[in-house]
Design a protein around this ligand. Structure first.
Ligand code: ADP
Ligand code: MG
Length: 365
């Protein structure tokens, strides 16, 4: 499996209607889907750069269209025991939060509420179709990485320890030690939790976007399917990364600069990981930031979708080019499917040994 990398170009905002559009979507050939992003060279306007992606979504793309095309197809794999990771990367103000969280109106809902809605629906159907033999439990964790420290967003800010929560490797996966987990019965449950948790998120103003979030936010949806003595556990992670802009251009104050250094460092490490993996290096510098340890690109068992968010206008020009460079290299990452603790014996022979879904056989107590 490989990392799927797609780009989404947002529409002009009301205050930008008089601005020049410099980022456009294109297709390799007539009749083919959009896969190319074009942008002029900052040094020579007559020259145009092209970046290829697995898919490109232009400003007309709705939230529903993006979800249906990029996320819905992986729900089946999630329920088969594979982990699914969706992350939004891009400069502040390009639509990461819009893509992941979205607005309150039904049509404006982003990937996260749609994902949850689909998980609940599928889970209920599975339980019903099995005549109650299979039960499906959904549990949420939600945390942020701020200045390379992990904070639980399901806990009120007063309960934070200054150093944050530690990470630990377990069964080849990076876990956050002491992270809380809440079971959710339905979308209403989820929404209540999610709104509460988002209010706990650290936000601060920058010159680029007054409400830009300076932290990486990670929502983890754990799906546990139990049939008799068999427990199958898989997780969908939805990650809204902090802005990838170069802070030297955003005129930050001192505190913002400390944040920016940590944000830029983790995103820099991410770009180095992407480069190292795409080059086929043995040593991938995952361990150099908490975000990359958690994301463990190319290491996790399952499916990863990177959504590159882009703003179409000139004021983002240099940052847009740098994010296009990073993400178009990510396309070359091959994801290894890692074998889990116990090999599922019933799997067809050809898939045994190649790794497979998360299946844990354990007696129910
Ligand atoms: P980021 O999280 O990357 O900083 P936001 O998601 O906050 O960016 O988006 C910046 C602004 O652009 C917000 O006002 C948001 O509502 C708007 N926006 C982003 N993407 C879209 C879109 N596809 N359609 C309409 N508005 C969008
Ligand atoms: Mg945001």
């Amino acid at each position: 499996m490989s990392v799927r990398v797609v780009a989404r170009i947002r529409p002009l905002l009301e205050k930008e209607l008089d601005k020049d559009v410099i980022v456009t979507a294109d297709r390799a050939q007539d009749g083919k889907p959009l896969t190319i992003v074009k942008i002029p060279s900052p040094k020579n306007e007559a020259e145009e750069f092209s970046f290829a992606f697995n898919s490109v979504y232009d400003q007309a793309t709705t939230q529903e269209e993006l979800f249906t095309a990029e996320v819905a197809p992986h729900l089946k794999a999630l329920f088969q025991g594979y982990d699914v990771t969706i992350f939004a990367y891009g400069v502040t103000g390009t639509g990461k939060t819009h893509t992941m969280r979205g607005g309150l109106k039904l049509a404006e809902r982003g990937v996260i509420p749609r994902l949850l809605s689909n998980v609940f629906r599928r889970g209920k159907k599975l339980a019903k179709d099995s005549n109650g033999e299979t039960t499906v439990d959904v549990a949420l964790s939600y945390y942020e990485i701020y200045n390379d420290k992990v904070f639980d967003l399901l806990e009120p800010p007063e309960k934070r320890t200054p150093s944050g929560l530690p990470l630990r490797e377990k069964d080849g996966k990076t876990m956050v030690v002491g992270l809380s987990e809440r079971t959710c019965e339905d979308l209403k449950d989820f929404e209540k939790l999610y709104i509460e948790a988002n209010n706990n998120r650290v936000t601060a103003a920058t010159k680029l976007n007054a409400h830009s979030s300076r932290s990486h936010a990670i929502l983890r949806v754990k799906v546990t399917q139990t049939t008799g003595d068999m427990v199958r556990e898989s997780t969908a992670s939805a990650i809204d990364l902090a802005g990838s802009e170069d802070n030297r251009r955003t005129d930050n104050g001192k505190e913002r600069l400390i944040e920016s250094a940590a944000i830029n460092k983790s995103l820099f490490v991410l770009s180095q990981c992407i480069d190292a993996i795409s080059r086929g290096d043995k040593r991938i510098p995952y361990r150099e930031s908490k975000m990359t340890r958690i994301l463990s690109l190319g290491q996790n068992n399952g499916i990863t979708i990177m959504i590159l968010n882009l703003a179409p206008i000139r004021s983002y020009h240099l940052d847009t080019i740098s994010s296009l460079n990073v993400s178009s290299r990510a396309k070359r990452i091959e994801v290894r499917e890692i074998e889990n603790e116990v090999v599922f014996k019933q799997l067809p022979r050809s898939t045994v040994g190649l790794g497979g879904p998360n299946v844990i056989r354990q007696p129910l107590r």
